[in-house]
Design a protein around this ligand. Structure first.
Ligand SMILES: Cc1cc2nc3c(=O)[nH]c(=O)nc-3n(C[C@H](O)[C@H](O)[C@H](O)COP(=O)(O)OP(=O)(O)OC[C@H]3O[C@@H](n4cnc5c(N)ncnc54)[C@H](O)[C@@H]3O)c2cc1C
Length: 470
């Protein structure tokens, strides 16, 4: 027997949205939030949906990835985005909010909702399977709960730090310069290789060493030694002239085919660049490329300036920049269905940054999907998957077991991902002009979501999916 209330743990961006969606479906909710009794190192108030850093939700225009995500959230009556719209402040092309009015309003709306009971306690364990639960405790999940999650998911499936390399759009790489090859020609040519000569390497190293660093929060400084096993690229550069060439920039076994016939083995050595930056596909089509070994603490503006000095990356467009910070997140492609249910326990769902999405609106999108699906499960209906053509769908599919590449990796390479046009499927007719292409993505999403929303509203009550859940 299922409990007669849905439990949402964490009243951040994801939990707030999830609680709202469930309550609006007419289902009673218990919303558990540990602040102010027990705070995180980054939060300062006891308000719901507190924005711990920037007050920006990203680009406003719906022909940008973040803007499209906002528009999709509006379509599904998202409380987070509605509140952001209500308390927007002028910010050029971005949706930025008055942070205290934003959080005050969320707290008030949810606290006064007749179907939401707020409990200010720290959740210490994972509730039993009879309780439909949404886990939305974010990047700073409390230690006790984090250790229970680790126990539940397995030791390698819960990460506590995010040391991620930048990801760039594949079509912003100059293919005249970059060449495809695998080291020693083993297997398919899986990597895109950016060749550097000695002068380029020397200048690049100097800029890396002198580049401006992002500030670590105090609580992150304490744990900076964690990163000894996974050093920032600028620290590797600092350790010696040749250190990067024996590490992530090593060129051994890589010969540039653009410099002549590779079968001329005796001369191969001349075709070996002084150093190489490798780019690895993040998705099957190679729309997103990961800069291998480039986890960094450089400021984002510095990353853009310095990494564009790499031959072939002069025009690189960044989907996400490299980061190294405290972040509790799950190995979601191995643990979660695209409905955000755990494979291991279908009455347990996860949402927000803990699932490996990045950004405020993305957290709200996770809360929205988990909220919709918790309501469907409560009403004994089948949970839904958002269409891949939508930004919500493509992001949730990327972080779940629909992501075949990540789900099958034995040694995980999964890193958090923001909303991006690199995640949505190609258009049937390719459009070269970027602006027009993004506009077409937006129009396709809007059309597909209209149909999806209709089918969601008409879905049958007869569906006894819970029989196989418990
Ligand atoms: C230092 C820092 C700076 C950031 N800066 C930005 C930024 O500028 N822009 C951006 O888009 N993103 C930023 N992020 C990421 C940001 O946290 C997420 O985008 C967003 O807040 C995630 O929403 P969430 O709901 O998943 O988590 P949160 O908003 O963190 O919400 C999780 C909630 O769960 C509660 N909780 C945790 N454990 C328990 C427990 N055991 N029991 C009960 N309640 C619990 C917490 O108190 C919190 O209220 C930053 C993160 C950090 C840590």
């Amino acid at each position: 027997m299922l409990d007669n209330k849905v439990l949402v743990i964490g009243a951040g961006l994801a939990g707030t949205e999830a609680a709202w969606q469930v309550a609006n479906a007419g289902i009673p909710v218990i919303l558990v939030e540990m602040r102010p009794l027990h705070s995180t190192p980054a939060h300062h108030t006891s308000d719901f949906g507190e924005l711990v850093c920037s007050n920006s939700f990203g680009a406003l225009s719906s022909d940008r990835a973040a803007g499209l995500l906002h528009e999709e959230l509006r379509t599904f009556n998202s409380l987070i985005i509605k509140t952001a719209d209500n308390f927007a402040v002028p910010a050029g092309g971005a949706l930025a909010v008055d942070r205290s009015k934003f959080s005050n309003s969320l707290t008030e709306v949810l606290s006064k909702h007749p179907l939401i009971e707020v409990k200010r306690i720290e959740q210490l364990d994972i509730p039993p399977k009879e309780t439909i639960t949404i886990l939305a405790t974010g990047p700073l999940t409390s230690d006790s709960l984090a250790s229970q999650i680790k126990k539940f998911t397995g030791i390698d499936s819960c990460h506590f730090y995010d040391a991620a390399s930048p990801i760039i759009y594949g079509d912003s790489v100059n293919r005249e310069i970059v060449f495809k090859a695998s080291r020693y020609d083993k297997g398919d040519p899986a990597y895109f290789n950016c060749p550097l000569d000695k002068d380029e390497y020397t200048t690049f190293r100097k800029e890396l060493i002198e580049g401006e660093q992002a500030c670590l929060k105090d609580f992150e400084k304490e744990s900076a030694n964690f990163f000894e096993a996974c050093l920032p690229i600028e620290e590797i550069a600092r350790r010696g002239v040749e250190t990067m060439r024996y590490g992530p920039l090593k060129s051994i076994g890589l010969w540039n085919p653009k410099w002549g016939n590779l079968f001329d083995k005796e001369n191969r050595i001349k075709k070996r660049p002084h150093a190489i930056v490798q780019l690895r596909k993040e998705d099957l089509e190679g729309k997103l490329l990961n800069m291998v070994g480039f986890q960094t603490n450089l400021k984002w503006s510095e990353q853009k300036r310095i990494f564009r000095m790499i031959p072939g990356l002069e025009q690189a467009e960044f989907v996400r920049f490299g980061v190294m910070h405290r972040n509790t997140f799950l190995e979601s492609p191995k643990l979660l269905l695209p409905t955000l249910q755990f494979l291991k326990r279908k009455t347990l769902l996860a949402a927000g940054q803990i699932t490996g999405t990045e950004g405020y609106a993305a957290a709200a999108a996770g809360g929205l999907l988990a909220g919709i699906n918790a309501s469907l499960l409560f009403n004994k209906k089948s949970p839904v998957i958002f269409p891949n053509e939508s930004m919500i769908g493509s992001l949730m599919n990327f972080i779940s077991n629909k992501n075949k590449i990540m789900a099958s990796h034995k040694k995980s390479k999964f890193q958090p991902m923001p909303a991006s046009f690199g995640l949505v499927p190609e258009l049937v007719c390719k459009i070269k002009d970027k602006k027009l292409r993004y506009k077409a993505y937006q129009e396709r999403s809007s059309k597909v979501l209209k149909g999806f929303k209709r089918s969601l509203e008409n879905s049958s009550l007869k569906d006894q999916c819970l029989l196989e859940i418990i």
